[in-house]
Design a protein around this ligand. Structure first.
Ligand code: FAD
Length: 447
C-alpha cells in the first residue's frame, strides 16, 4: 500500500513522527502543496527560504518529493486517487487556517484517513491546561505546566524509507530577494543548532538581550518551517546545566505558549485578546501615512528604531529586543494599530509566524497576554543606551551615524555637531506622544 506524507511545517526527515507512521503503512509518497492562501501573503524572503527548504527535502527523498500548486483539498484527493494511497499522514497544524483546511481535506478524503501524528511543538497546542481544564492566560504558570507535561524523546532519522518515486511534480515558482537569508534545509538547521549549542549557548543568558552581539541562536526560521523540531533542541538542553540552557528553554516555551493561546482563541490572530481595548483611538490621514512610511524605511530619526527596520529589510530578521522597540514605536509613538505592524512584519520576516508574531505584537501593544498594563511604553533612547551602549548595532545598520561618538549615537540631535547630514531629525517628540498614548488609554478606561 501507499501512504501519502503531506509535508507542511515539518520540512525534515529526522525526529518526524508522521514520517514514521507513514512508513509503517507502506511506500511513502512525500508531497508538498503550494497553497495560494499561504503563498500570496508571504513576502519573498519567506518564499525563497521555503523553496530552498523544499529543494533540500527533494534531495533528501531521492527526488521523490512531489510539489503541486493548488487548493490542498483538490490536490491531496487527486494524488490519493492517482496512487491509490490508503492513508494520508501529517503533523497536526495548530493555526486557525490550517485547522480548517485539514478538516475540509479530511472530509473530502472520505474513507481514506487523515492521520495526525505529532505537531510542530514539543507539546501539541491545547494539551496544557489548568487543573480545571481551562487554558492558561499568563506565560509563567503555562511554562511551569508545560515543563511538567513533558514531551517524547526525539526519534532518529529512519534509514531506508521506501519512497514512492516517479509521480508527476510541478516546477517550483520563483522568488527573488535581496535579503541575506540563512542557509535553508535540515542539515543547515542541525549545523546551526550544534554551533550555537557548543559555542554561544553558555553565554546566552547574558548575551541574548544585546542586539549588537551574536548572542541568540537564529533558529527561528528553522523552527518555523520545521527543518528541526524543538524536541531535538530540548533533549540537548535537558543535559546542559545552568542559567543559559534554562533561559533558552523558556524562550522555546514562549513559542509554545503563543501557539497554545492561538489554538484556544483562533480569532486573536486578528482580533484583540483584550477586546475592551479594541475601541482605542488611532491616527490616520496623510500625515500619519507619512510617519508610517518613515518607520517602514528606517528614517524616523530614532537610531535604534531605524537600525531595526533596516535590519528587517537587509536580513528579513530583527533581534528580539529591537522587535519590541520598533513595535512599541509604531503603536505608542505613531498611534497605529498593532495589526498594521504585525502584517508588515509577517510580510518581511523570514521567520514570520502567525502565533509568535501576532501575539508578540499584542504583547507590546498591551492588548494581549502581557499581565502588566498598557502603559508600558518603550523609550527608544534609553532602550538604545541600555542594550546597545556603544552603538555597535546602530552603527552596523545606520551608516550615517558611524562617525557619531557613542555618547550621542542614540540621540544624535544632542551631539555637538548636530544630526549628521543625510540622517533625519526625530519625526516625533517621544515624551509628547507617550503622553498622548497614555491619555487615550485612560479615556478608554474611564468610559
Ligand atoms: P533566540 O533568542 O535564540 O530564541 C530561541 C527560539 O525561541 C527562537 O528561535 C524562537 O523560536 C523562540 N522564541 C524566542 N523568543 C520568543 C518570543 N518572544 N516569542 C515566541 N518565541 C520566541 N518569533 C518568530 O519565530 N516569528 C515571528 O514572526 C516573530 N515575530 C515577533 C514580533 C514581535 C513584535 C516580537 C516582540 C517578537 C516576535 N518573535 C517572533 C519572537 C522573537 O523575537 C524571535 O523568535 C527571535 O527574535 C528569533 O531569534 P532567535 O532564533 O535568534 O531567538
Amino acid at each position: 500500500p501507499v501512504a501519502l506524507l503531506w509535508f507542511r511545517r515539518d520540512l525534515r526527515l529526522a525526529d518526524h513522527p508522521a514520517l514514521l507512521a507513514a512508513r509503517e503503512t507502506g511506500d511513502v509518497l512525500p508531497v508538498f502543496v503550494l497553497d495560494d492562501r499561504l503563498w500570496r501573503p508571504s513576502g519573498n524572503p519567506r518564499r525563497r527560504f521555503l523553496l530552498d527548504c523544499l529543494a533540500d527535502l527533494r534531495e533528501q527523498t531521492g527526488g521523490a518529493l512531489v510539489l503541486r500548486r493548488g487548493d490542498p483539498q483538490q490536490v491531496i484527493t487527486e494524488l490519493v486517487g492517482e496512487t491509490e494511497a490508503t492513508s494520508v499522514h501529517v503533523s497536526a497544524d495548530a493555526g486557525p487556517y490550517g485547522r480548517e483546511r485539514d478538516a475540509s481535506v479530511e472530509h473530502a478524503l472520505g474513507e481514506v484517513p487523515l492521520v495526525r501524528t505529532g505537531s510542530p511543538y514539543a507539546v501539541t497546542p491545547g494539551r496544557v491546561t489548568k487543573r480545571d481544564g481551562t487554558p492558561f492566560q499568563v506565560f509563567t504558570p503555562f511554562a511551569r505546566a508545560w515543563r511538567e507535561h513533558g514531551w517524547r524523546a526525539p526519534a532518529p532519522r529512519p534509514r531506508d524509507v521506501p519512497w514512492l518515486t516517479g509521480v508527476r511534480s510541478e516546477k517550483p515558482p520563483d522568488a527573488t530577494t535581496d535579503a541575506d537569508l540563512p542557509p535553508a534545509g535540515e542539515a543547515a538547521a542541525r549545523a546551526a543548532w550544534r554551533r550555537f549549542r557548543d559555542e554561544r549557548l553558555p553565554d546566552y543568558a547574558d548575551a541574548r538581550d544585546v542586539p549588537g552581539g551574536d548572542g541568540t541562536s537564529r533558529m527561528s526560521a528553522y523552527l518555523k518551517y520545521g527543518c528541526i523540531h524543538p524536541r531535538t533542541l530540548l533533549a540537548d538542553l535537558a543535559e546542559i546545566p545552568g542559567d543559559s540552557a534554562r533561559r533558552y528553554t523558556d524562550e522555546l516555551a514562549w513559542r509554545e505558549f503563543y501557539a497554545d493561546v492561538l489554538w484556544h482563541r483562533p480569532e486573536t490572530a486578528r482580533e484583540y485578546l483584550k477586546p475592551e481595548l479594541q475601541a482605542m483611538g488611532y491616527d490616520d490621514g496623510p500625515d500619519a501615512a507619512e510617519l508610517v512610511k518613515a518607520w517602514e524605511l528606517g528614517r524616523t530619526g530614532f537610531p535604534i528604531v531605524d537600525a531595526g527596520m533596516r535590519q528587517l529589510h537587509a536580513e528579513a530578521y530583527v533581534h528580539n529586543r529591537v522587535r519590541m522597540i520598533v513595535a512599541s514605536f509604531l503603536v505608542k509613538d505613531l498611534h497605529q494599530e498593532w495589526t498594521r505592524g504585525a502584517r508588515y512584519f509577517l510580510h518581511h520576516l523570514v521567520d514570520g509566524d502567525l502565533a509568535s508574531n501576532n501575539h508578540g505584537w499584542q504583547w507590546v501593544a498591551g492588548t494581549g497576554t502581557d499581565a502588566s498594563p498598557y502603559y508600558r511604553v518603550f523609550n527608544p533612547v534609553t532602550q538604545g543606551k541600555k542594550f546597545d551602549p556603544d552603538g555597535t548595532y546602530v552603527k552596523r545598520w545606520v551608516p550615517e551615524l558611524r562617525d557619531v561618538d557613542a555618547r550621542y549615537v542614540h540621540e544624535p540631535w544632542t551631539a555637538p555637531g548636530g544630526v549628521p547630514e543625510g540622517y533625519p531629525e526625530p519625526i516625533v517628540d517621544h515624551a509628547h506622544e507617550r503622553q498622548v498614548a497614555l491619555d487615550r488609554y485612560q479615556r478608554l478606561r474611564d468610559r
